[in-house]
Structures are given as structure tokens and as C-alpha cells.
Design a protein around this ligand. Sequence first.
Ligand code: NAD
Length: 509
Amino acid sequence: MSGLPTASELERLACDAAERCGVTLSAPLGIASIRSPINGSPFGSISGAEVVDIDTAVERARRAIEEWRLVPAPLRGALVRRLGDLLSEHKSEIATFISLEAGKITSEALGEVQEMIDICDFAVGLSRQLYGRTMSSERPGHRLMETWHPLGVVGVITSFNFPAAVWSWNTAIALVCGDCVIWKPSELAPITAHACAALLERAIAEVGAPRYVSQVVLGGADAGQELVDHPGVALISATGSTNMGRAVGPRVAARFGRSLLELGGNNASIVASSANLDLALRGIVFGAAGTAGQRCTTLRRAIVHESVVETLVERLAATYGRLVVGNPLQPGTLVGPLIHEAAFTTMSNAMGAAQEQGGSLVVGGERLLHDEAPDAYYVRPAIVRMASQTEIVRKETFAPLLYVLSYSDFDEAIQIHNDVPQGLSSSIFTSDQAEAERFMSADGSDCGLINVNIGTSGAEIGGAFGGEKETGGGRESGSDAWRSYMRRATNTVNFSGELPLAQGVEFTV
Ligand code: NAD
């Protein structure tokens, strides 16, 4: 394990990346200092952005939308195309900000920006494919069809662990749909947000789109709540913990707004007796230890057939022992820091609770590098074997803590799999096609994402992303998730010269 960078080294990295992106990071803008989980110390502050309150932002967005909604969708796509180009040009700079603020290893930070470029590509194509249906009318000389219109102002609230990609999933789609976006990023990653917004602002100026189709408001839960309660915001797309969703969902519903909730997961992989254990091992290690266990799709439970559980646990323990934990900016590191002290405390408490509930620690859980950086929280990813799915296993612990459970028959595996409150991502490793099909069928996994022979984390943008139960039910990104960002109008056109009523109703005066 190598030394961690000093605060001034991180600051230099941030300033260089900022300069290359055209973002100013000198005097503070309502944020005294921004902490990096890499060494736990402050490394920067923001200037050059205007501080706006939510009322002003919504008012500006409402004015912008009057123009933007009338721009033909394929022309709106030109803005998103330019954003994608700028993201490609500044891929490494945005990745640097992501690493500095979220602690991601460079490869995963670059992957996050690649996902942003991919969703821009997708949205540009989509801008020519916002299709409505034509239905057969029951009345002669009538046409029945649907058209899709922009919804209005979209409020996007994002979590720290995908500080840029979640914004782009929403924004690229919302913009081609003709909406205006107000982004409330995680308070833990304001510089990443500021840099992404600066690139979009440049794209807006270059293509001549209305200035306020996209805005950022910085702040914590209070700012998020104000956005949530604002009657001028048609859709709230909120990504974060289930606790956050529990607060947000009812408030949006109370004003009859629309919400798209992307909340916590408690994802599992079933490893069947016929599984290719080499594949399973790699899928499990990336799923559980990658991103330091801080993805919504992180693997939290491995449900392993009793005939292979001993071998697999042994191989996992050996592999976990070789994981390089440390400076995420250094090549070769696989596991970066936890976001903050609270995350480490939550992980330690969960490990304690698991052991009280009958679990036995296989490997990991110890804090690393604390002598060098007392305010940074590096931890060796942990595995705990559980005899049953106890209360603690049913909770999402947002850290690299994997529970291993075993099963004897496939029905039992599915029952354990689904017996948690969350429903985001799931996977099965098997060579038995019937098992794989059953897992994807109506009485198989109850999650929004169901994978075969790959792990739970690392989804592509082409599919709709999201999950059921306490994960919130929202879907964003690919497939037909765009429909959440538009309003549907059903049109009936009568060209018959008569006025026949539907269902044969007679009403002649
Ligand atoms: P968090 O809930 O602490 O914060 C997320 C965002 O919500 C932040 O911007 C925060 O300021 C805001 N917020 C918090 N309370 C709010 C309130 N009452 N009203 C309005 N806004 C509020 O989550 P986090 O720690 O940043 O992220 C980790 C969590 O996010 C995990 O549970 C993870 O599973 C989840 N997550 C889910 C997805 C998904 O797509 N399902 C993706 C990424 C992360």
C-alpha cells in the first residue's frame, strides 16, 4: 500500500483539472471547504457559479421551457450531442473530480464518465424516436392516437456515490424530452456537479439553447426538500437512501407531483451447484468489494449452494486478502476509501450485529491507513458467514460487507433471495438453463435488474435502471424510461361529419 496524497497535492490535481475544464475553484461560494475521502482533508472550494435560491431557479426554468418545449426534439438532441462531445473531451478531468470527491479508483471514475457519454449518445438517438401509438377507434371516421409533450421542470436530486452519472441519466433524457432541469447534487460532491454544469452551460451557449434549461442549486437535504415541495416542479427524480425516499415520496404525492425514486438495494447473487466458480468468484468480488461497496447495486448477499459453499468461501477469502486497498488515484488500487467516518461506523456496527446474530467473520473489516490519514476511512472488505438471513442482513449497509448464506434446494434460494425489503439488482450463477429461466420468471427474482452469469453491479445504460419495493419503483436511463419525463395526451380526431358517441350511447336532443 502506498502513501496517500497530501491536501496540497489533491488541491493541485483539482486546480489543474478545473483549469482544463474552464471551471474556477478559488474563492469560496457558500461552501467553505470541500473534503476529499482520499485523505480526509479539505482540498478546494468553488467560485464562478451564481448562488440561486430554489424559487428563482424554478422561475427561470419555467420561462426557459416556454421556448425549449417548442424546439423540435431532434434539434434538442443537438444540445445533448454537444454535451456528449464535451464530456469525451474532458473525460479525465471529470473523472478526477469524481475520484477526489467520491473516492472512486480511476478506472471506475472513468467508467462513470463513459456512462455519461453513452447516455448522451442514447438520448440523441431517442430525440428522433419519442414515439406515440395510433389505436383503432371504435367509431367510423375517427382516429385515435397519442402524442407526447414535455412535462415541465424536472428536479434531480443525486447521491454522492454516482455524483455525475445519475445527473446525466436524467438530464440527457429530460432535455431531449423538452424539459428543463434543476439539479441538487450531493452536498459531498459539489465540485463534480459544478464542473458538469459548466460543460453543459458551454454546450448551451454554443448551440444557442435557452440559458436556463439547466441549473444547479447547491445545498444539503434542506435545499432538496425545498425543490421537492415546489409546486412548479413537475417531476422529482431522487436518487439516494430509502430514508430519503421515504421523506420525499409522500411530499411530492401530497402536491400531486410526479416522482421517480431510485433508492437503496440489498442485492444478492445465487451461486448454484452447477455454477462456473471462476466466473462467480470474479463477479462476486467486483460486485461486493468494487467501489468500496458503495454502489446501489453492490453485492451484499451471496446465496450459495451447500455443495460449493466451502470451496467458494475459501477462494473468496484468499482473493479478498489480495485486494489492494488504498489511494484510488494510484494504478493498481482496487478499493478506495469509504466516504466518511459514519460509513465506517455503520459497517463496524453491522459486522458486530451480524456476529451477535450468529454470523462468523471470514475476513476483513479492519481499518487501514489510519496512521497516515486519521480522517480518512479505508477498510479491508469483509465477508461474514450467516446461518440465516437475520435482521441485519435484511438492511442495506453501504460499505464493502458481504454476507454469505447457503441453501440446499432452489426454491429455498429464491425464497431467501426475495425475503428482503429492497428489490434492486439480482443475479444467478448457474449452468442450468431451467434455473436461469426460473430466476427470471414471474416467481423468480422480484428485482428490477435480473442477471445471469454476471454479478449485480455494473449495469449498461441501454436498459431501464431501477428496482422494486423499498428501492422505490422508479426507472431511468434507457429503454422507455423517457416516458416518465413527458406527458401523454390521447387524441381523438373525428373526420366523419357525424357525431357518433363512444360505447353506442344515444343522446339526441
Ligand atoms: P442520501 O439519501 O444521504 O442523499 C442523497 C441525496 O438526497 C443528497 O443529495 C441529499 O442532500 C438529498 N436528501 C437527503 N434527504 C433529503 C430530503 N429529506 N429531501 C430532499 N433531499 C434529500 O444518500 P447518499 O448517502 O448520498 O447515497 C447512498 C444511497 O443512495 C444508498 O442507499 C444507495 O443505495 C442509494 N443509491 C441508489 C441508487 C439507485 O439508482 N437506486 C443509485 C445510487 C445510490
